[in-house]
Design a binder for this molecule. Structure first.
Ligand code: DAH
Length: 343
């Protein structure tokens, strides 16, 4: 018995000192110190030892247990695993960990990224501009003089000294053209602010993507081509487009652009019921666009006789609402996980 105890002690100590992982340590703990482990086995053999030998062998066994426990602690500390005493403190290192849920991108970010990707693939580059603007960039340079009636719908949050929160990303057209020379092919994603009362389809802050292209020979058909490629990639190959004449101060001619309803496919009807997404019209407005006004070119020092360009602007929330079938703009800003998890 004495021989056995000595041999086991040596074997255990050398095995613990060779352990390289927390799993090794745990496996050895079970092998030697577990309820059915080798040391327990020796204790069970104590019953068969001659009575006069028992105290001595008992002592040796206790020493063995202490020595092996020390070897275990030493190995665990060396590996940096949680010390064995933590088990006694109620931390079971063999329990599976707590899984932290991994989030995902906000639906608006997803749509932003998709829009950017489509235009980057078409050779556009991305530009950025400030959200706090001067009234010059938000209005005058875009051919919206102080007394112009269209200024009312854009009139925004003024700060002071003619500074305001921009009400459109068209401001970035001016900032880019002031700094760079054509040819230009740029999109400008960002936040805009309007003095609108909040309801299911309005918010005082929302997101837009502005886009424009300037060169010597840009035509309205280029605008049509680029936007129809965009609509097909965003909403599906079978998407149709419609241009309706409209007025914007910074473009001439200007148009509002509709796509065929993505729910009823332009039929206006779902079986026999009126389609509720397009209100039975078969079309959904998605953006405004036109050929850049000569006055805009003049304000950035481009010769309007030489350069031509188109511009467009779209609301990101609007596109996300159509794409995901969301009927209330406020849902985007409430950070309710029950909503966000769906996209
Ligand atoms: N800035 C317009 C708005 O906020 C959107 C827009 C319309 C931008 C036509 C354009 C454009 O560049 O050509 O409602």
């Amino acid at each position: 018995m004495e021989e056995k105890i000595k041999a086991l002690r040596e074997e255990a100590i050398s095995e613990f000192s060779a352990a390289v992982s927390a799993e090794d340590v745990e496996r050895l703990r079970i092998k030697y110190l577990g309820r059915k482990g080798l040391i327990s086995g020796l204790f069970a053999g104590l019953a068969g030892v001659a009575p006069e030998e028992k105290p001595k062998i008992g002592n040796l066994l206790n020493e063995l247990k202490t020595a092996v426990s020390e070897a275990l602690k030493g190995a665990a500390a060396r590996i940096g695993s949680i010390s064995v005493s933590s088990k006694a403190e109620g931390l079971d290192i063999t329990m599976p960990g707590i899984k932290r849920p991994l989030g995902h991108k906000h639906p608006l970010t997803q749509v932003f990224e998709r829009i950017n990707e489509i235009f980057l693939n078409l050779g556009f580059k991305i530009a950025d501009g400030p959200e706090i603007e001067t009234s010059y960039y938000n209005f005058e340079a875009l051919n919206i003089p102080l007394e112009h009636p269209s200024r009312d719908t854009f009139d925004t949050f003024y700060i002071k000294d003619k500074h305001l929160l921009r009400s459109q990303t068209s401001t970035v057209q001016i900032r880019v053209m002031e700094k760079e020379k054509p040819p230009l092919q740029v999109i400008a994603p960002g936040k805009v602010y309007r003095p609108d009362a909040t309801d299911a389809s309005h918010s005082f802050m929302f997101h837009q993507v502005e886009g424009f292209m300037v060169n010597e020979d840009i035509r309205f058909s280029d605008l049509k081509g680029i936007l129809s490629l965009f609509a097909k990639q965003m909403f599906g190959e079978d998407t149709k487009m419609r241009f309706r004449p409209h007025f914007f101060p910074f473009t001439e001619p200007s148009a509002e652009i509709d796509i065929s309803c993505i729910i009823c496919k332009g039929r206006g009807l779902l079986t026999t019921k009126r389609c509720s997404v397009c209100g039975g019209k078969g079309w959904l407005e998605i953006l405004g666009a036109g050929m850049i006004h000569p006055k805009v070119f003049e304000s950035v020092g481009y010769d309007p006789a030489k350069w031509r360009g188109f511009a467009f602007g779209m609301g990101v929330e609007r596109i996300a609402m159509l794409k995901f079938g969301i009927d209330d703009i406020r849902l985007f800003y409430e950070n309710d996980l029950r909503f966000l998890k769906q996209f």
